[in-house]
Design a protein around this ligand. Structure first.
Ligand code: HSE
Length: 337
């Protein structure tokens, strides 16, 4: 399986690392032999080798593709649309910085790859949050896969749980903690008395935050995930901008301490039904399962007709976690093709 990766930041580099570390395991356990043939970033341009790039070397020259030594094509200002159309690869992996307002330029690139008959795995949220029905229909028309597990809860398989694991049930609604950065910040502020700025700086250093972390702290990242879930689980596309969204910027250490004195804990909670979505900080009673989800963990509680509530808790952000989602999606495509 030849992979073409757009974006080589925290997630892309973690994916290269994972493919390198797991090569033997993937081959013996899954009969899966992926080759990363292309990497494109806005700053470095395109590095392409039809036989597969050397992952160890690639990792070492992430900041300067010109240092990559070996058979390859390096174009510092390529026409990426033409490359996606004309170059030989099987799966486009979209891991570039997300834009939740426009979904671009990732949405056009995903569309280009699908139109060219390539499978797509995206961890870029904007295109799925804003254009899921159109992209899904295009993938179906072309007979290729469009997978996006890592867009919600990173490597913790919330989409697969809802769409595959619970396929027989109807999901009536959900609530969850879907942003790792803010959950980590609230935990550090409450338990370590870190200031808001210190907690945010730590979340950034750990690779949890978006390139522009206002998307995290103001609730828009969680709203984007709610949009993805609304489209994928309820067939109800709903742009983040149409939801009621607020963040954690108003919360002080005093607020968190006062909540604790009342046996409550602040969390940035997403609530979603087929009709409406909401993101806001709520002081949850400690008896609520979501109240004990700490650090960069995320959680989702699905309200189903057949099983009652089903709750999933797991890693919700970070390079390795998100790269794990990509690898799981690649394996799903491998099994199905
Ligand atoms: N910035 C996101 C978060 C990354 O903190 O949850 C995962 O989507």
């Amino acid at each position: 399986m030849r992979l073409f990766l757009i974006g080589f930041g925290t997630v892309g580099q973690s994916l290269a690392e994972l493919l390198l570390q797991r090569a033997e395991d993937l081959r013996t356990r899954h009969n899966f032999v992926p080759a990363l043939v292309g990497v494109y970033t806005r700053s470095q341009g395109l590095l392409y080798a039809p036989e597969g790039l050397d992952l160890a070397q690639l990792r070492a020259c992430a900041a300067n593709y010109a240092l990559y030594d070996g058979p390859r094509l390096h174009d510092s200002q390529p026409n990426i649309d033409r490359a996606l159309r004309d170059y030989a690869y099987d799966v486009l992996i979209e891991a570039s910085t997300t834009d939740l307002r426009t979904g671009q330029p990732a949405a056009d690139r995903i569309e280009r790859a699908l139109t060219s008959g390539k499978h797509v795995v995206t961890v870029n949220k904007g295109p799925i949050a804003l254009y899921y029905p159109r992209l899904r229909d295009l993938a179906r028309e072309k007979g290729v896969h469009l997978r996006y597990e890592g867009t919600v809860m990173a490597g913790t398989p919330s989409i697969a749980l809802a769409l595959e694991g619970l396929a027989a049930a109807h999901i009536r609604g959900l609530r969850g903690i879907l942003n790792g950065t803010t959950n980590y910040m609230l935990t550090q502020m409450e338990q370590e008395s870190l200031s808001y700025d210190q907690a945010l700086a730590q979340a950034q250093a750990l690779g949890y935050a978006e390139a522009d972390p206002t998307a995290d702290v103001d609730g828009w990242d969680a709203a984007g995930k709610a949009s993805i879930l609304s489209a994928a689980l309820f067939g109800a596309p709903r742009a983040p901008q149409t939801m009621s969204v607020s963040g954690i910027g108003h919360l002080t250490l005093d607020d968190l301490a006062q909540a604790r004195a009342q046996d409550k804990r602040y969390k940035l909670v997403v609530r979603l039904t087929p009709e409406a979505g909401q993101v806001r900080a709520e002081a949850l009673p400690l008896s609520d399962p979501l109240a004990s989800v700490m650090g960069a963990l995320n959680a989702i509680t699905l309200e189903t007709d057949l099983l009652g509530e089903v709750t999933l808790i797991g890693s919700g952000a970070g390079g390795l976690s998100t790269a794990t989602a990509i690898l799981n999606d690649l394996l799903a495509i491998h099994r199905a093709t």
